[in-house]
Each structure stands twice: as C-alpha cells, then as structure tokens.
Design a protein around this ligand. Sequence first.
Ligand code: HXH
Length: 333
Amino acid sequence: MNEILNRSLCKTYANFFPIGAAVCPKVIKSHRELLLKHFNTVSCENHMKFINIHPEEKKWDFSPADEIVDFAVANRMKVRGHTLIWHNQVPNWVFLDNKGNEVNRDVLLDRMEEHITIMMQRYKKQVYCWDVVNEAAEDKGADIFRQSKWYKIIGPDFIERAFEFARKADPDAILFYNDYNCTAPEKSKKIYNIAKRLKDHGNLIDGIGMQGHWNIYNPSFDRIMDTIDLFSSLGLKIQITELDMSMYLFEDATKEFKQPTDEMIWLQQERFEGIFKIFRDYRDIITGVTFWGVADDYTWLDNFPVKGRKDWPLLFDIQHKPKKAFASVVNFD
Ligand code: HXH
C-alpha cells in the first residue's frame, strides 16, 4: 500500500494523457510539492479570465498569469488556456460605450478579436490549447444558447467568430469548446450541435472540454461514456477540464458535516476508480484530465453551491496526503 501511495499520478498516466490542476499564484507556492510530483499540466483557475487579465479597455494585468506560466515552463509542464469568451467573470466595460450605452455588434466583435488575439499571441509558445468559448449552451428547455451579452449583442454566430479569431491568432493552438453538465442528455445534444457547426464551418474546433464538476452520486458511468461517444463521433478530441467529485448532491444544501463520513469516502473512491477506468479505456480520444484544484484544503466548492461549506472533492486531503481514492486511481493493470 505504501508503494502505491508513493506513486506519481502523472507518471502513472504518462502513456495515457497529461494530468492537470487548476492553480493560482498562491497555490503554486502552497501546493508546490504536490504539483511537481503529480501534475504535468496546469490551468489558471482565475487569472486568465477576462475580468482579471483585461479589467479595463486599455488595462491588462498579465502578471499573475505570467507567474503561473513561468512556473509551468520552469518545471516542464503544459498550460491549458482558460478561458477567452465566457458570460461570467467578464467586466461590464466590454459591452458598454463611453456614454454607458450598450455597444453594437461590430464594436463587440472588434473587442472580442482584440482580446483573443492579444491573449493568444502573448502565450503562443507556452499555452498549447485554449477554452475559446466557455458555457455557451443553455441548461434548460429547447433553446440552444445561453442568453449572454455575447449572444444578445452579436447573435448566435458569436461562437463561430470567436473560434475564427482564435485560429487566426495562433494556428497551432488546439481549440476547445468547454462546458459543464455535458452528460445531461438535453444539454449534450446542444453541445454536440454547437461543436458540429464549428466543425462543418471550416474545421474551427479541435476538441470539447467536459468540465467534470461531478459528485459521488452522479452522473452515471454510462452517461459519461455515452457523452464521450457522442462528442467523439464528430472526430473531436475530449478533455476532462475541471474535474472534482463533490461529497454532496447538487441540490443538497446541508452544512452538517465537519468531515466526510466513511460512506462518502468509500463512494468517492469507487467513483474515482470507475471514471479513471473509463478515461483509460478512451485513451485514444481523451487527451487530458485536469482537476479543478490540487488538494482538499483549497477548493472552489467550499463556496459553491453553498457558501462556507467544506467539501472534499480531490485526490489529496487537507494535509496534502493521498486519499484512498488516489490509490484506486493509480493502482490498475
Ligand atoms: C466553472 N463553472 C468555470 O468554468 C470555472 O472557470 C470556475 O472557476 C468554476 C467552475 C461551473 C459552473 C457553471 C455554472 C454555475 C456555476 C458553476 O452556475 C450555476 C448556477 C446555478 C445552478 C447551476 C449552475
């Protein structure tokens, strides 16, 4: 057992796909040892998002993202770019003129192009793939598209335009559409259609990012496999871009647990074991698996969907020790 717990996650998976973690400048210091031992790719959890890196029209704040990219390069890790065009964490100025009125389609397209081009050209040598558009599909009902500012001002072709700008800015970058709840049947069809359009119109997309914000109860292994089958039928690669395994059902707002129960720990181990078996089986299609965090002491799920509630969704515990789930992920033949 000790030998198993001493293994390196990314070395164990070297013949399958890179293993990543979302980080911020603080985490590359506080979790340095785990990052160097177990991960060979990183994403910026927040610091490449529009609101942080481009908070005002003529103001860019590259330094936190640069710090992460420099860390990755110094340690021979890959970098995933997250994310260029998203409805969330985007500053208001993007959609407003200097009188405070909403801009028109042409102005917004110019701003989109400028943002994508500057980002991708700056990190051309270091960032090998990008989440060009994040979360554009509507969750509920028949509408395909989320009613975002991008959608309302530019129209449904905003996704295509974003991918065109991205292709032009860095023809070598691998371009992803990224979304959550991908395994919900109604939503998977919408995402399929969005990706199919991009594929059919000039081969603008290379892959689909399935975020993988899952929990110890769902989605089922079958739904995960069906979704990978559906997306890959377009000839696209798949990455699991934001994996974590919450101890709570999404609807469950309980705050009663100060630590995970034995049953939670057991279910989490079983689920991690099962999904990594699937990922290995799909090694020809899956080109990366990234966790949305490193260890249970720091996770966005401590504040989502319930603010201030502890969660334990990762493979390393709050003391940075490998959990039972870690053993079942690295121990296979
Ligand atoms: C991801 N969104 C983002 O891609 C990532 O950048 C961020 O750091 C964390 C998670 C997941 C997400 C999607 C929708 C959402 C919340 C999180 O909003 C909901 C609100 C109510 C109900 C369901 C989703």
